[in-house]
Design a protein around this ligand. Structure first.
Ligand code: LMR
Length: 396
């Protein structure tokens, strides 16, 4: 017997609850779990520009033979430009790109690259952070440490403590920084805070690893990668994990990219050869379908404008839900300040509910949230926002 020493592993904290929600037969149940965008009808639609690009690709397709293991060239150039913007003109020649299996693939391959480059050095994650960061980083053999990030009761960043922690981290540590719409808090550093963070990272010789999972869902396509652009002006090297899951709605296609900004063109070839080798040893190469769609959307001016409009509409809906929830909570709990809900960005917020109360909400009210108290605000809509606010108000 080969497997008798194994015990069952608990379901992932995010994906396990989504499954429990599907099993719940209650009418009026509310799903605030997994971080996917939803419209006012609770659907996660295929974006129109994506559907049109997909039809064109299938109509023109003549083979399913292999593409270059590093990813389709058009996709690699366009995703790099989407993230670096105009800075791509100067940085493109020294930025390696690997197409990855979603943002998770980019985080894992980047961690493996770092483990090869700086054996024994730790990775620092924000406290709190997205549940899967730990597994992705430790899976590459990195020792996990955390930096203070967010004070849940004050709904505010712990910037001074974060800077102190980064100052005391061993030189050449890997520092994972979410560029916008922080998961699970929704709280992002302001530009002057980013400047202080990047100054510290630079002075201490750390390697920043930006996690760009929500570009366009926060303030805008350019604003949501502000820290990446700021890093480009100061640092010779850094990594960026890009996900196309949320901003292209390509969740199940597993489309992402790892960008590796290096000090010069010769290093770029080296890091690209390393990540190709790492990917080859793990799964050979990423699936192409999502990457070809993204390439098509970004290279066709009509599709690109349509996509930008749709994405802006999604971001506007999230901002509207935030204002709506802040107002609904103000009405129910005038003794508390809820302005932070509207100030924070993206899909997530962390109102500070204990796990036992999260369990009660699920069992008694059929409201599903992650046990760390994270809410995906996109699961709210006109017909359930008041019900949710009623259930939340007595818990705060
Ligand atoms: C989330 O945080 O809910 C999403 O990023 C989905 C996932 O894979 O956890």
């Amino acid at each position: 017997m080969s497997f008798e020493n194994l015990t069952a592993v608990r379901s992932d904290s995010v994906l396990g609850l989504a499954t429990a929600f599907l099993r719940d037969k209650a009418a009026g149940k509310i799903d605030l779990t997994v971080g996917v965008y939803r419209d006012d009808q609770g659907r996660t639609p295929v974006m129109n520009a994506v559907a049109e690009a997909e039809r064109a690709i299938i109509a023109a397709q003549t083979t399913k033979s292999y593409l270059p293991p590093i990813g389709p060239p058009g996709y690699r150039a366009r995703i790099r430009r989407l993230v670096l913007g105009d800075l791509d003109d100067g940085l493109g020649d020294r930025t390696g790109v690997l197409q990855t299996t979603g943002g998770c693939g980019a985080l894992r391959i980047g961690a493996e690259l770092f483990a090869r480059a700086q054996p024994g050095k730790p990775v620092y994650l924000s406290d709190p952070t997205w549940g899967n960061h730990d597994g992705l980083m430790s899976g590459a053999g990195l020792r996990i440490r955390t930096y203070p990030y967010f004070d849940v009761s004050a709904h505010a960043l712990r910037l001074d403590e974060m800077l102190d922690c980064l100052k005391n981290a061993p030189e050449h540590s890997l520092i994972v920084l979410q560029s916008s719409c922080h998961n699970p808090t929704g709280a992002d550093p302001a530009p002057d805070a980013w400047a202080a963070i990047l100054d510290t990272v630079e002075r201490c010789g750390h390697l920043p690893f930006f996690d760009v999972a929500y570009q366009g869902l926060g303030t805008g396509l350019r604003e949501d990668v502000l820290p990446v652009h700021m890093a480009a002006g100061r640092l010779g090297e850094f990594l960026v994990a890009v996900s196309c899951s949320k901003n292209f709605g390509l969740y199940r296609e597993r489309c992402g990219a790892l960008l590796m900004v290096t000090p010069d063109g010769s290093r770029k070839g080296v890091v690209e050869s390393q990540v190709k080798d790492i990917a080859r040893g793990m799964y050979s190469m990423a699936p192409s379908h999502g990457a070809l769609i993204v390439d098509r959307v970004l290279s066709d001016s009509k599709l690109r404008s349509a996509w930008r409009r749709e994405l802006a509409g999604m971001s506007k809906r999230l901002a509207g839900l935030r204002t709506g929830l802040a107002r609904a909570m103000d009405e129910r709990r005038p003794d508390l300040d809820f302005s932070w809900i509207a100030r924070h960005k993206g899909l997530f917020l962390l109102p500070g509910i204990e796990p036992a109360a999260v369990d009660r909400l699920r069992e008694e009210n059929h409201i599903y949230m992650i046990r760390d108290g994270r809410i995906n605000i996109a699961g709210l809509n006109k017909s359930n926002l008041a019900t949710f606010a009623d259930a939340l108000a007595p818990l705060l």
